[in-house]
Design a protein around this ligand. Structure first.
Ligand SMILES: Nc1nc2c(ncn2[C@@H]2O[C@H](COP(=O)(O)OP(=O)(O)OP(=O)(O)O)[C@@H](O)[C@H]2O)c(=O)[nH]1
Ligand SMILES: [Mg+2]
Length: 296
């Protein structure tokens, strides 16, 4: 009942990025990766661009189209298990208007959702941490029953160079080329940057855990995803990040003892560790435990 009342409350309907600017989010290995990708293009029949299904429109790299657009292009929206796809047809229609007709949704943590490809040598491209290497490993496991060929990890920048081709199927013989995630050198807006950061595509410290946690809270409330209320023992949904992180910190024991000097002597007070709480909040969201989202 409390939740329903909360849901009728007015939440922020836009997010104040507080005068932040789009920081330098384009490390050197990405420029090198893009050069290597162009160099391999002659041997490639088709491109598979992997992107995060929670942000089908935000943060895709236009440079891929400019530099590699001479090959057929398939857009694979991965991590569908974390995305709210109620409006899938709207998303597909809008992508079609942008010229993207070949779009499939996948979940690389569960193999049955991986569609079969019929090409021979395919380059897998996309922004960091969307699941390019996971896709290659999952296809190889599925078709060849073979173990991991490409390293996977929960942080952006795991694959640092264009790898040699990896076989993923026997009939037809098919190879995939794994590539490093390459971010757009021109990220449109701070909000796009925040979406990319929440999806784990940009390193957290470049954006700041505090603003990411606040942007997450803004999104959860906007979409009335109130799982966080019960999980962290709040009385009702709340749009104030400091109050929420305080509850997160107390619930998870992320607190520090701080000595406070008063007129009558020193006292120890328990102070919440807001940074640690913010990190936990975002990490829990990334695992899908605060609900499925659509950030675009
Ligand atoms: N929930 C969910 N997680 C996924 C899925 N696919 C990949 N992941 C996770 O996403 C993270 C990134 O996966 P990678 O395969 O390393 O991503 P990448 O695109 O190769 O990343 P870079 O090499 O850094 O560009 C890992 O923690 C994977 O376990 C998926 O379909 N669903
Ligand atoms: Mg990788």
């Amino acid at each position: 009942m409390r939740l329903v009342r909360g849901a009728l409350r007015a939440w922020r309907d836009s997010f104040d990025c507080g005068g932040r600017s789009v920081a330098m989010w384009f490390p050197g290995h990405m420029a090198k990766g893009l050069r290597q990708m162009k160099g391999k293009l002659q041997k490639v029949d088709c491109l598979v661009e992997v992107h995060d299904a929670r942000i089908p429109f935000s943060g895709r790299n236009p440079v891929f189209q400019e530099a590699l657009g001479v090959r057929p292009h398939l857009l694979l929206l991965n991590k569908m298990d974390l995305a709210d796809l109620k409006e899938k047809s709207r998303i597909l229609e809008q992508l079609k208007q942008e010229g993207l007709k070949n779009v499939i949704f996948t979940d690389c943590e569960r193999e049955e959702n991986i569609k079969e490809n019929v090409e021979y040598c395919i380059m897998v491209i996309g922004v960091p941490n969307v699941g390019k290497s996971s896709l290659i490993n999952a296809l190889r496991r599925l078709h060849l029953k073979k173990g991991k060929a490409s390293q996977v990890g929960g942080e952006p920048g795991i694959t640092k160079a264009v790898l040699t081709k990896i076989q993923v199927s026997e009939r037809p013989v098919m190879y995939l080329i794994d590539t490093p995630g390459v971010l757009s050198p021109r990220i449109g807006s701070v909000e796009t940057g925040l979406k990319l950061a929440l999806c784990g595509t940009i390193r957290d410290y470049l954006v700041g855990e505090d603003v990411m946690a606040d942007y997450l809270l803004y999104n959860l409330n906007k979409h009335q995803l109130f799982k966080y209320v019960e999980r962290y023992g709040l009385d009702a949904p709340c749009d104030d990040i400091e109050s929420v992180l305080k509850r997160v910190a107390l619930k998870l024991g992320k607190t520090r003892k701080v000595k406070v000097l008063t007129g009558t002597g020193d006292v120890n007070v328990i102070a919440p560790d807001y940074n640690a709480a913010g990190y936990e909040f975002v990490r829990t969201f990334r695992k899908g435990e605060l609900g499925k989202v659509m950030l675009d």
